[in-house]
Design a protein around this ligand. Sequence first.
Ligand code: P53
Length: 473
Amino acid sequence: MGFRKDFLWGGATAANQIEGAYNEGGRALANVDLCPIGINRFAVISGRKKVLEFEEGEFYPAKNSIDHYHRYKEDIALFAEMGFKVYRFSIAWTRIYPNGDDEIPNEEGLKFYENLINECLKYNIEPLVTITHFDFPINLAKKYGGWRNRKIIEFYERLVKTLFIRFNGKVKYWLTFNEINVILVAPFMGAGLYFEEGENIEKIQYQAIHHELVASAKATKILREIDSDAKIGCMLAAGSYYPLTPKPEDVFAAIEENRKSYFFVDVQSRGYYPRYKLKELERKNILPEITEEDKKLLFENTVDFISFSYYSSKVAKYKNDIELKNSNLFSTVKNPYLKYTDWDWAIDPLGFRITLNEIYDRYQKPLFVVENGLGAIDVPDENGYVDDDYRIDYLRQHIKNMKDAVELDGVDLLGYTTWGPIDLVSAGTGEMKKRYGFIYVDRDNYGNGTLKRSKKKSFNWYKNVILSNGEYL
Ligand code: P53
């Protein structure tokens, strides 16, 4: 009953949103460093505004983030105190291969992650490593135009080989690309792509997607050769689309919206392009170059498990003739039955169970929830304590539904990591004010603050959830 005995409870972060130290330890610039907070952010992350170096008058929150690079020991000790069984973090590509195409890896970068991994293992925390969480070396963006270029597959191979060899036996769970489908909505942040006037954006996106899918399969092949005990998964920004009404046109619109994302996992988990996507790409005349070798590679190297993020469900409607809400990057119509967060994301705990079921039914492989949580405004007292009952409430309801999916529906679930167990920089908006943590960090949107860490009310609550393996909620 309930969650498996070895269920992996923990939290998840991403290098650029937590580490800072953007120019230390031999690290070079990446796309994620160049995404400013404020009105230009969306133009930059979507590749409409080309930015290849820091610009005057902009603030770049990822430069320093919450300085985890220098404080990881303190942070991991706090995770250990909560009883984490797993810690999901990502590798900054430019710490390992600063230019992406270097011949030799940067030892200082490898050493940093080795120390981080050892620190986790010291507390029996399983590291779950995202190889790339939106990270892309700016040198490769300049020289090759991002993932649109097939050459990038080789550089990615070089990166994963280095990591798999160095951390062989220490890391048992790997993810190839964070939220691989984010390339559809934020192609610069997600894949180092930016566009020139008159280019066919969709065509470039699908060519880049194909290269990522091939690179992901290559990573899977390489990992199996190096460490056959380790497991590798894909990672999707999930959250099912519902039809706005039972009108068949709305129902079909929901199918089409869902397919935009499931397409990625269809390839990564089943090993071939689904027919609906081939038809669409042919119809639009944007079919990427897919070689026989690519097909073989994709088919022979499917993922061991499927991981995903879930924040909210979405709603699709035939023809976008009513106002679209774009707060979550993925477009959605407002759901009149749900409440919304301060950032206008629908709160839908049952939608979590629905999504878990939908994905499990579709792929029949073990699942791993690697992001879930509430981004909210916290008001700390003078000691940095936050009474965050709203966060506890959100997580309680989501974990309850996750439990139903496991206990009542039989979904095979490996673990659950909440997003941002310690406050960090938002990917969507660049804000610090949008907080997810059990641990408060004294820093504001523009980098003011002492960076002091303090426990919120939810800290002890989550500790008890883990201690009771999800019985105490
Ligand atoms: P934030 C939206 C926009 C960007 C990234 O998001 C996203 C999403 C959610 O679908 O995905 C993940 O910080 C991502 C994390 C991110 C988290 O959602 O905009 O993997 O990097 O921080 C939460 O509130």
